[in-house]
Design a protein. Structure first.
Length: 578
């Protein structure tokens, strides 16, 4: 039998196995406290339309190159890639991504290698659904004694598989199923499976071909595909990911496809110009920069285009994202205000205010206007308008790591952004800010100049930094007190719980993340008999009351310019001078 100090690191006086005679031994343990692991608040969750990748499954992404490897490049009809690129460029270093499509209509491309030239039937299937698979080329090399070589090509990605067995029962060569389907070392483009060889004389084996039949599943896309908790679609797939603290759904506003062209003006935010570079395509398909040509010249990468939601449907989608954050109670939604109705027009402040009035939640923030960035699809020769939420999520992540979650994610320049789609003056800015709309302006760079939530203007949760700080504290306390479950509900446990919670808040206060000159002004913790009556103790409940004093952002700083005989002086209010 041994006694152990709770939550301590053991240092035994005698190693195990040295006791020879039966009996009770006491092993003293060192009571050094364990280091606290701080919860992260800089991890974002993105939901949107991608070129490829698994559907409705959250995938951890640790960098922009990894995103491109899993989900593909920028699309002419979606914003997800632009948002994730903006996140990493502005300081983010980890996120979770969910690709959205209609699972009932999305389908992977495939091809069958019939039994011929000594090869038994083998089927290839694209690694994920989507029209991207229609651009995967395969080549079968010379077939030796029960072996062959398979070459796969998708754009600049080339995979060569040597020494594959020509039949499942072959005694030599690598089994294509095991080689290509291995989760670590297998193909990133296709999966393979043996099929029953056709009866009779097999047709000649093609030495070169294309996968066919891939469908993106976007033409039947509905708002529920973006945020269905019941089906675990879209945002619902983020429910089981505890690390997410910021949520962005940039494709709430589907991007209209336009004919491939170069803009007359290099900074036209509505342009989606793509150089007409011909690439090899599947038989029977035309291509401009790898995309299908539809509707008299509109380009859509890899297949069908997403439908445009009505304003009512998009508002319902925003509401669903906010409800997700409220239920989880550990994350906030960064929402994008409506874009310009059409090229050459701007959205009015009245329209933005009318849109904001539909939402009342401290678990979300709204940003206006959209950003203008150089479009990577054109090599930076044209610009494109993109929603700001991805770039703002990166700014939040950078601010959290460099200063702390208590600091308002505002005042910093957004990287990659070269302009905004509309200009906001001081009067309009003041009106929008008072209504909880965070304005982005081009002033010594493109900067976020607001950090309000969608709560009412008189709510104590109207500041985004306050809401996020309290959520972080709640999560930290939950993690640090998880050991109390099933402990005896006694005065000792209540005292220990109060000590642990006070330790968390003491550390936060000393790091400057709570307001107050003394700890009594910064936080209060109570876990005594007064807040735990016998009735609740009998039900197995233990209550700990916590009060904190979070610092509010200094949104309005007034400097007094005083003219004195000695000259002009600039003073802050309360300085006691002048």
């Amino acid at each position: 039998m041994s006694t152990e100090a709770r939550r301590s690191a053991p240092t035994r006086e005698a190693p195990l196995g040295t006791h020879r005679a039966p009996g009770v031994r006491l092993e003293r343990l060192d009571a050094a406290p364990q280091a606290r692991v701080a919860v992260r608040t800089d991890i974002a969750g993105f939901v949107g339309i991608a070129e490829r990748g698994p559907l409705h499954r959250a995938v951890r992404v640790d960098g922009w190159d990894q995103f491109r490897g899993v989900f593909g490049a920028h699309l002419a009809h979606a914003y997800l890639a632009y948002a994730v690129e903006g996140f990493f460029a502005n300081g983010g270093n980890q996120c979770w991504v969910v690709r959205v499509a209609d699972p009932a209509t999305a389908a992977p491309a495939g091809a069958a290698l019939p039994g011929a030239d000594g090869i038994a039937g083998l089927a290839l299937r694209a690694s994920s659904p989507g029209g991207w698979g229609n651009r995967v080329e395969y080549r079968v090399g010379p077939v030796g004694p029960e072996r062959f070589t398979l070459t796969l090509r998708f754009g600049e990605v080339v995979e060569v598989w040597h020494g594959l067995a020509a039949r499942a029962e072959a005694v030599s060569g690598r089994d294509p199923e095991r080689a290509l389907n291995d989760p670590v070392t297998g193909s990133r483009l296709v999966t393979a499976s043996w099929t029953r060889p056709p009866e009779g004389a097999p047709p000649p084996l093609p030495v070169r071909g294309w996968l066919t039949g891939g469908v993106d599943g976007l033409s039947a896309l509905r708002p529920e595909h973006f945020a269905s908790e019941a089906e675990n679609w879209g945002v619902g797939a983020l429910t089981s990911v505890d690390d997410v603290a910021l949520v962005s759904v940039p494709d709430c506003w589907p991007r209209p496809t336009t004919p491939a062209r170069r803009p007359r003006r290099p900074r036209d935010p509505c342009a989606t110009a793509v150089p007409a570079t011909e690439r090899p395509t599947a038989p029977g398909k035309s291509s401009v920069d790898g995309g299908l040509t539809v509707d008299g010249g509109s380009t859509v990468d890899g297949g069908d285009a997403p439908v445009r939601f009505t304003a009512q449907e998009t508002a319902g989608l925003h509401q669903a994202v906010l409800r997700h954050c409220e239920r989880r109670a550990d994350r906030v939604a960064l929402l994008d205000a409506p874009p310009a109705p059409a090229c050459g027009t701007v959205i009015t402040p009245h329209d933005v205010v009318a849109w904001r009035r539909q939402f009342h939640s401290s678990f979300g923030a709204l940003y206006h206007p959209w950003l203008v960035v150089l479009d990577p699809r054109t090599g930076g020769t044209a610009t494109v308008a993109v929603p700001p939420s991805g770039h703002v999520a990166g700014l939040c992540a950078r601010t959290d790591r460099t200063a702390g979650v208590h600091r308002a994610p505002a005042g910093e320049a957004l990287r990659l952004a070269v302009d905004t789609t509309s200009t906001v003056d001081d009067d309009v800015h003041g009106s929008l800010n008072s209504k909880g709309i965070n304005v982005i302006r081009s002033a010594r760079g493109v900067r976020v100049l607001g950090a309000r939530t969608l709560a009412d203007s008189d709510s104590e949760w109207r500041h985004l930094s306050v809401r996020r700080l309290v959520l972080a504290l709640e999560k930290q306390i939950t993690v640090d007190t998880a050991w109390t479950v099933f402990e005896p509900n006694s005065p000792d446990l209540r005292g220990e719980l109060e000590r642990v919670v006070s330790g968390v808040l003491e550390e936060v206060w000393r790091s400057g993340r709570l307001a107050g000159g003394t700890r009594e002004e910064a936080y209060q913790v109570r876990c005594d008999a007064a807040v735990n009556p016998e009735r609740e103790l009998a039900e197995g409940r233990l209550t700990c009351l916590v009060g904190v004093n979070p610092p509010a952002p200094a949104e309005f700083v007034v400097l007094r310019v005083v003219r004195t005989p000695a000259g002009v002086q600039v003073e802050e209010p309360g300085s006691g001078r002048g």
